[in-house]
Design a protein around this ligand. Structure first.
Ligand SMILES: CC(C)C[C@H](CC(=O)NO)C(=O)N[C@H]1Cc2cn(c3ccccc23)CCCCCCNC1=O
Ligand SMILES: [Ca+2]
Ligand SMILES: [Zn+2]
Ligand SMILES: [Zn+2]
Length: 170
C-alpha cells in the first residue's frame, strides 16, 4: 500500500529526457519518433511537458544495455526481464533501461515491441507502479500489441491522473 501523498513524482511540470545510447535493432530516427509518441501518450493525460535534450544530464536518461550496464540491476540475456526503470528522483531516478539482448522491433511480428515496453517503462519514470489489470500498460507481464491501435488503458490513465491531475485541454 503506498499512499498517494508520499508517492514519488516530478514536481516540475517540465521533465527533460535524453536517449544516451541506442540499439542496433532499429534506426535512430525510428527510436526517437517512437519515444516521442510514447511521451505524448502520457503527457496528453496530465499537465506535464517533456523536453528532449541532446547532451548533459536529463531527468529521464534512456539507454540500451546488456547484462551489467552501470547500475545494481544487471540484465539477464535474451528473454526474461526486458527492461526496467526508476521512479522519479535525482540520479538514476526516472531513468529507463532496455535490455539490448532482446531483439527490439516496432510493428513487425518478430521481436519485442519497443512501443509497448517503452510506454510501460516511462510509466515507472513518471511514478507509476505495476497494475494487476491485464489490459493495463503497467501490468508486469509483456504482451505483444498492434502498434496501430496501441493506447493507454483506462487504468493507466486513472493512475497517472491520481498523481498529476488531469490535463485541461482548454
Ligand atoms: C512488462 C515488461 C515490458 C517489463 C517487465 C519488467 C518490468 O516490470 N520493467 O519495468 C518484464 O520484463 N516482464 C517479464 C516477466 C516475465 C515473464 N516470464 C519471465 C521469465 C523470467 C523472468 C521474468 C519473466 C515468462 C517468459 C516470458 C519472458 C519474456 C517477457 N517478459 C516479461 O513479461
Ligand atoms: Ca532480458
Ligand atoms: Zn539498469
Ligand atoms: Zn515494470
Amino acid at each position: 500500500y503506498s499512499p498517494l501523498a508520499n508517492r514519488a513524482k516530478w514536481t516540475s511540470n517540465v521533465v527533460t529526457y535524453r536517449v544516451v545510447s541506442h540499439t542496433q535493432d532499429l534506426p535512430l530516427v525510428v527510436v526517437n519518433q517512437l519515444l516521442a509518441k510514447v511521451l505524448k501518450m502520457w503527457s496528453d493525460e496530465i499537465p506535464l511537458t517533456f523536453k528532449n535534450v541532446s547532451w548533459g544530464t536529463a531527468d529521464i536518461m534512456i539507454l540500451f544495455g546488456r547484462r551489467s550496464h552501470g547500475d545494481a540491476f544487471p540484465f539477464d540475456g535474451p528473454g526474461n526481464i526486458l527492461a526496467h526503470a526508476f521512479l522519479p528522483g535525482r540520479g538514476f531516478g526516472g531513468d529507463a533501461h532496455f535490455d539490448d539482448d532482446e531483439h527490439w522491433s516496432y510493428g513487425s511480428r518478430r521481436g519485442v515491441n519497443l512501443l509497448s515496453v517503452a510506454t510501460h517503462e516511462i510509466g515507472h519514470s513518471l511514478g507509476l507502479l505495476h497494475s494487476s489489470d491485464p489490459n493495463a500498460v503497467m501490468n508486469p507481464t509483456y504482451r505483444d500489441v498492434d502498434p496501430k491501435n496501441f493506447r493507454l488503458s483506462q487504468d493507466d490513465i486513472n493512475e497517472i491522473q491520481k498523481l498529476y491531475g488531469k490535463r485541461n485541454n482548454s
